[in-house]
Design a protein around this ligand. Structure first.
Ligand code: NDP
Ligand code: GDR
Length: 361
């Protein structure tokens, strides 16, 4: 039985990947951080009682900023594959916490690669690094492919640039099977609530359910290539199953703006929205003229990535990978999940239950 170790197992991709690898018959180990509240909601359905005599899914406490915990875990697990998905993954937050972001996102992968080396696992353990389309930042070529030059535009992207190159360097210097997946934005009902797609699906669903009045957004004109996380984790695994380690762009090849994403969601929820004004005064009003979506400059970034569009040609040609879920299917799945949750919260509120988690945000 193959053993995989996933950092960031409590995150969106970690949850989909753990499920995927368990279905493939792997013994899956995940690293989670200590938190003051349970932070395993995304993986509770695959959680196994640690008293189980031969568990297939095992969690370990650790942190990407703590070499000793990483070395201990890698030594104990002796994984065939490490998927480094853990990161401070929010671009805007990286401007508030640049040093921590560099520690976790740049030095974290270095620490894992060093753990492989220190433990003499160079020939055994394969390594996947969660690289990102944010590396392209101020884009030099459209669509972006593996050979497009990088121009990072945030402390997050600069940290991920180090991670990208340290992964390439350890591959060349020590012969470690290490790959970068340059993934474009991917979303799902498990997406963190502060990323733009989930903020929109959750916010509009709550507005529809009467739990919230308005949604405040940043740059409505930003364009992204949005795919489904479930499709993308398959590619993370495929990249580690080849004869030769290589880096791949994972994307859909289709682009939409934030404004367009809002329109799709509003349509699915039968919210009849009309756009008015421009710049910071732009807003979407309902049929009664009430403002439903407004712009709040606090969500603007000091340096913005205006447009990203990926070319997944290499992944398709060499690994036979293609995204399965269309943009419309993904938006619908997210809206369905968030509207269901909003209806449940509205019902709880109507019956006088505590408003914890039900408050307007
Ligand atoms: P999430 O933000 O959903 O998950 C991040 C995970 O990393 C969480 O499990 C989080 O733990 C964990 N984590 C954060 N800091 C640390 C730390 N110091 N030590 C250990 N674990 C830590 O991200 P996604 O699942 O969306 O993304 C997965 C990876 O892919 C990330 O590296 C991200 O940067 C990258 N990426 C994501 C893309 C996307 O569109 N989703 C696109 C391209 C790259 P906790 O639950 O405790 O917060
Ligand atoms: P991104 O994702 O920065 O691309 O990073 P995010 O969803 O945060 O933003 C996408 C675009 O939408 C604009 N935007 C807003 N963003 C947020 N979060 N909130 C808003 O209110 C808002 N209004 C407009 C942003 O300015 C931006 O242009 C994600 C993360 O998952 C990274 O970890 C990953 O590497 C990249 O995708 C690929």
């Amino acid at each position: 039985m193959k053993k995989a170790l996933i950092t960031g197992v409590t995150g969106q991709d970690g949850a989909y990947l753990a499920e995927f690898l368990l279905a493939k018959g792997y013994e899956v180990h995940g690293i989670k951080r200590r938190a003051s509240l349970f932070n395993t909601a995304r993986i509770d359905h695959i959680y196994e009682d640690p008293h189980n005599p031969s568990p297939h899914f095992i969690l370990h406490y650790g942190d990407l900023t703590d070499s000793s915990s990483l070395i201990h875990i890698v030594q104990k697990v002796q994984p065939d594959e490490i998927y480094n998905l853990g990161a401070q993954s929010h671009v805007q937050v990286s401007f508030e916490q640049p040093e921590y972001t560099a520690d976790a996102d740049a030095l974290g992968p270095l620490r894992l690669l060093e753990a492989i080396r220190i433990l003499g696992l160079e020939k055994k353990t394969r390594f996947y690094q969660a690289s990102t389309s944010e590396l392209y930042g101020l884009v030099r070529e459209t669509p972006q492919r593996e050979t497009t030059p990088f121009y990072p535009r945030s402390p997050y992207a600069v940290a991920k640039l180090y991670a990208y190159w340290i992964c390439v360097n350890y591959r060349e210097a020590y012969g470690i099977y290490a790959c970068n997946g340059i993934l474009f934005n991917h979303e799902s009902p498990l997406r963190g609530e502060t990323f733009v797609t989930r903020k929109i699906t959750r916010g509009l669903a709550r507005i529809k359910a009467g739990l919230q009045q308005q949604l405040f957004m940043g740059n409505l004109s930003a364009k992204r290539d949005w795919g489904h996380a479930r499709d993308y984790v398959e590619m993370q695994w495929l990249m580690l199953q080849q004869d030769k380690p290589q880096d791949y762009v994972i994307a859909t090849g289709e682009q939409h703006s934030v404004r367009e994403f809002i329109d799709r969601c509003a349509k699915l929820l039968d919210l009849e929205l009309r756009w008015q004004g421009s710049g910071v005064d732009e807003k979407a009003v309902d049929k009664h003229g009430k403002t439903v979506v407004a712009v709040d400059p606090r969500y603007f970034r000091p340096t913005e990535v205006e447009t990203l569009l990926g070319d997944p040609g290499k992944a398709e040609r060499e690994l036979g990978w293609k995204p399965r879920t269309s943009f419309d299917e993904m938006v619908r799945e997210m809206i369905d999940a968030d509207y269901k949750a909003a209806q449940r919260d509205a019902l709880a509120l109507a019956h006088g239950f505590d408003a914890y988690n039900v408050r307007e945000s």
